[in-house]
Design a protein around this ligand. Structure first.
Ligand SMILES: Cc1cc2nc3c(=O)[nH]c(=O)nc-3n(C[C@H](O)[C@H](O)[C@H](O)COP(=O)(O)O)c2cc1C
Length: 345
């Protein structure tokens, strides 16, 4: 059992990573149904929350069925982060996570994000301000450091633990690496093996299969893993890993029926949460992933991405199900794309 403050998680929890424009409630719902143990919202600007920006406020929406769930905020100013923490408190998530070091311009130019990775004292002050403003367990997600010469995660972990964080998730790259190269988990393991560290340490970066999860679990000894890109269009990754860790067996790839069921569920939740127009539009980018590997699926997909009515989309999804009934799809290797334009924490 892993505990974060008063949250109890299973022995080796699988976390869904916070992902801007991806980890919204509809996506979280399908990941939860497929075995994610702890999930986070996409990052929310502390300044946006304070200004009452609609977009930021909307991201605070969390639902009972997704618990335990954490809300992630970012910012570079102590007072703003503290105030944002108080706003988050009212929405009653299970934990509050701070995103440190987001390098995208819209964040860095406002003095938040990237600079924080270069200035540990500031990072500690910001964290301290949040911990003191909320009764929620506070956790942090960060990278190894700013660049090759400043991989200061070991010091960061100790100092953030000292000001009261209850767990730390580490992406095994520096900021300047963005998504280049392979994530280096050896420093994550060093943090985990530091006898001074007693909070859970979660490893993150490049996990894309059950086998890799087991290998990294054994090799690096982390308390759990966080999965980002591999879950996009493939929420089944969570149950595949859970099953493999428990039994040593690989589950067969999801059937056509399961793929359609998840697509429909995701679609319905998108429409409920975003409204019909945006919900149907934003769902379009997911079909090719959910239906990957079905020969000739492009034709159906081309129809799916122009339809405007929920019933029409659902009817085409039903057609897909009928057309491919019983068709067995191999689990093709997941390709982790580079998302340079996104927050690369
Ligand atoms: C589209 C996208 C959006 C992201 N947005 C966030 C975010 O809002 N907050 C955050 O801490 N990290 C964000 N990240 C980084 C991921 O949480 C994760 O650390 C990174 O993708 C590495 O994990 P992976 O190899 O499992 O994908 C984002 C990543 C992607 C691909």
């Amino acid at each position: 059992m892993i505990t974060i403050g008063n949250i109890q998680l299973p022995g080796f929890p699988l976390l869904l990573a916070p992902m801007e424009d991806v980890s919204d409630p509809p996506f979280r719902a399908v990941c939860k149904e497929n075995g994610a143990d702890l999930m986070y919202t996409e990052f929310i600007s502390s300044e946006g929350l304070i200004r009452d920006a609609i977009k930021s406020r909307k991201k605070l929406d969390i639902f009972d069925y997704e618990k335990p769930v954490g809300i992630q905020i970012f910012g570079g100013d102590e007072d703003s982060l503290a105030m944002a923490a108080k706003i988050v408190d009212v929405t009653n998530p299970d934990l509050l996570d701070i995103n440190f070091g987001c390098p995208v311009k819209k964040v860095a130019c406002k003095g938040a994000g990237a600079g924080v990775l270069k200035d540990i004292d500031l990072m500690v002050r910001l964290t301290d301000a949040v911990v003191r403003s909320t009764s929620l367990p506070v956790t942090v997600k960060t990278r190894l450091g700013w660049d090759e010469n400043t991989k200061n995660i070991e010091e960061v972990a100790e100092r953030l633990q000292d000001v009261g964080i209850k767990a730390l998730a580490i992406h095994g790259r520096t900021r300047s690496q963005m998504y280049k190269g392979e994530a280096d988990w050896s420093l994550i393991a060093k943090v985990k093996n530091n006898p001074r560290i007693n909070i859970p340490i979660f490893g993150n970066g490049d996990i894309d299969s059950p086998q890799k999860t087991l290998e990294y679990k054994n090799r690096y000894g982390v308390d759990g893993i966080m999965i980002g890109r591999a879950a996009i269009g493939y929420p089944w990754i969570f149950r595949e890993i859970q099953h493999y860790l428990k039994t040593g067996d690989l589950l067969p790839a999801p059937t056509v029926e399961e793929r359609i069921a998840v697509s429909k569920n995701h679609l319905r939740k998108s429409v409920e949460w975003k409204g019909a127009v945006v919900g149907i539009n934003e769902m379009r980018r997911h079909y090719s992933n959910y239906l990957k590997g079905l020969p000739g699926i492009k034709e159906f997909r081309n129809r799916l991405v122009v339809l405007k009515e929920l019933e029409e989309v659902e009817a085409v999804l039903d057609e897909v199900q009928q057309y491919y009934q019983g068709f067995e799809i191999d689990r093709s290797p997941i390709v982790l794309e580079n998302y340079h334009e996104h927050c690369a924490i």
